[in-house]
Design a protein around this ligand. Sequence first.
Ligand code: KG4
Ligand code: ZN
Length: 331
Amino acid sequence: MYILGIESSCDDTSVSIVKDGCEEIATVISSQIDIHKLYGGVVPEIASRHHIKNITIVLEECLERANMTMDQIDAIAVTYGPGLIGSLLVGLEAAKTLAFVYNKPLIKVHHIAGHIYANNLVNKMEFPLLALVVSGGHTELVYMEDHYKFKKIGGTLDDAVGECYDKVGRVIGVPYPGGPVIDKMAHVGEDTYDLPIPLKDDSYNFSFSGLKSAVINLVHNEEQRGNPIRKEDLATSFQNVVVKSLTEKTMRAVEEYNIKNVIMAGGVAANSGIRDELKRLCDKDEVNLTVPPIRLCTDNAAMIATAGYFAYKEGRIADLSLNSKSSLELD
Ligand code: KG4
Ligand code: ZN
């Protein structure tokens, strides 16, 4: 079964064709990072305008790379939420138009289900599993008993971890998005700044706004005193706290839920500090860890086409009245 996936929830316009929910045929991603960089973050109105300009080109290029025509596609899967409403609408309208014109089933996919299912392009997902979902908008621990059975066991009480990376990046003056830059800087610095470990409690929840404020205050205080910030050292100190906070709670959940399979999902899963530490801890406890390759961690349509295959099997077919939703619970 060939599924054509469409993703446009934030600032990437992407179309992909995936066979049987496990074999990537072709994926095209058009990133708008260079445009939004000028503003220090994603500007929603500009993002949707660029999606409109890009969507047809990206679709045509994907079909060309796959050497396929729309007649060979069995169904259309699309991200319908959560995300920026204007951005989502562009992908959704494109998907509805294709479904209508070519008379194909329309499958609705939750953006985070997509991130989780990116793992099925690496290894066949084995259940029960625990997913550490870390992106620009989400920080969650999700327990899955089987395909499309999502149980959120914890989540952030305030900022998402990616959002926190990007804000810290802005404060220390690195270009948007700050996450990948801080990750690189963290490798050359030393852990010299004392930052608070957030929410050390018995829950599986996270909190990053206190850590973000601690970094902002530290930078302002040092600036007022005329002390230059050692940016690499701050990046290392910050990343170490993030890694500790995420991996400790993940491993506690692994134990409590008797998990043998852990997966990572979302843009921040590209972070080498988190990947390396989680790998070390999982190896120690003889737990399998799957992490998508970096290009499948950040937003892409291959993950949507993959999740779409399993959503289709669950009967998650939508009609042309499907609307996009800026906020949406994973279910
Ligand atoms: O999943 P994603 O592409 O978009 C959302 O759905 O939010 O995630 C984007 C986020 C951004 O906050 C970006 O800074 C972060 O992922 N990110 C990273 C790294 N690569 C991307 N954060 C930390 N370390 C990285 N290597
Ligand atoms: Zn995402």
